[in-house]
Design a protein around this ligand. Sequence first.
Ligand code: CU
Length: 506
Amino acid sequence: MANRRSFLQSAFGLGAALFSADRLSASTSPSAAEQLKKSRTRDRRSASYIPVVTTDIGDLPYTMDGDVKVFHLIAQVVKQQIAPDKYIHAWGFNGSAPGPTIQVTQGDRVRVIFDNQLPEPSSIHWHGFEDQIQFDGQPGISQPPVKPGGRFIYEFTIHQEGTYFYHSHMAMQEMAGMLGAFIMHPKEPYRPHCDKDYLIHLQEYAVLPNNTVPNTMNMEFNWLVFNGKAGPATTPLIARLGDRVRIRFVNLGMDHHPMHLHGHTFYTTGTEGGRIPESAWWPGNTVLVGVAQARDVEFVANNPGDWMVHCHLPHHMMNQMSSNVGRMTRMSGGMPAGGDMNTGMGMLRGTPGAPTGEDYGPALGQGLGGVGNGNDVSTTNGPLSPGKAQSAMSGMDHANMPGMQHDNMPGMDMSGMQMESGDIAPNATNVPNFPQDAYMEGPMMAMDKMVDRPENYGLNPGWSQFMQGMMTFIRVLPPDKYDEVISRMRDTNRPNDPYASVLNRG
Ligand SMILES: [Cu+2]
């Protein structure tokens, strides 16, 4: 019976695949259907799955103890760069937050030795696992909390397949970064075969100005990250023109994220509960990834270009926002520190009757804007006199520019800071809502060199000015450009390269 059933399933799967290929050829360009057929041809040659690439994170290695795959997972404080010149102290695993991705295959026997190097108790929950209660990781319910310096050993026989997670079952620890992916590859590889398989964790942090520790109580998130990096520090996903690509979005945060892909239509092919039958895949270019959910999407990368992959919530496409600092961004010459409550709130100062006038401003902390900002800044988010607006935007006042902590920040491209003539209309300061974020909230300088890496090779110069928060690219590269980028990635010879499996395959 089992054989007959699996035969019927695969016969049905093949029929459904042919049907959808026909449907595709009728509704989209012929090249899309051709590419899909090509990826199916490769499919038959390929006997097994390809490993998942978790950009900027990588995998947790394992050793074998007889037939058991043994992983060693260490909870610890990690100092992590999330953007150029911006570091946080997160809680993660084995050197990163999120922790490294664990990859196993259906049928594997798996042991995870968990060591707690944090100063408080913890435990690990294995999200979505249909396994024994004593390994579910609920502290005080299914197991004693693992004390500082303590160890707990989890063991599983993997019978599921899909995109699963591990995370601390203590909410604040989870918000501090204690999460990671657990990929269960299917014993029978999915059809059609994918040439690239990527995973992106969606997270948000609230990091108060001049702090390095995420405030896990705060629900106003000002750092929105993919795999622990905010744009432009995110590493792009690389695809060769014609590749079939899977992206697995994982959300273990506080917000939902509508993930949007440019230039292509994808199908949602999996959830946190595993693979969706092909007849139930649905097309789109935006998929809402709710909290504690995974969404696997697949598409044929048949459209060459550097296409954005990003969360479509507008505030999730920005860096270093904070509503409680108000017009700190506006006063030139810096904010006075230590004011009383009224002045601190930006009240009762300046010109009476002109509460949004440029003399008003709060008296706390640091200014906004750009990255690594240590100085108060003279930019504006409200009406200014033409003279002040010009001085704020001209790039002449470098010491007070967003992100300009030092005059000579290594890798900084100063050329991007200069306003080009025609960038600002002569009557701009009389226009309600001017200026918007193109000049005022974002970094005004190109940071291409600060985030230089082989995956960015050949991007449009100055691209980094326009990437913030939950933004990255999928670079769909024609063969010659693809080979060039891959060879540069290989030459870099990075230890524990998240892209190692792609580089080894060629
Ligand atoms: Cu979002």
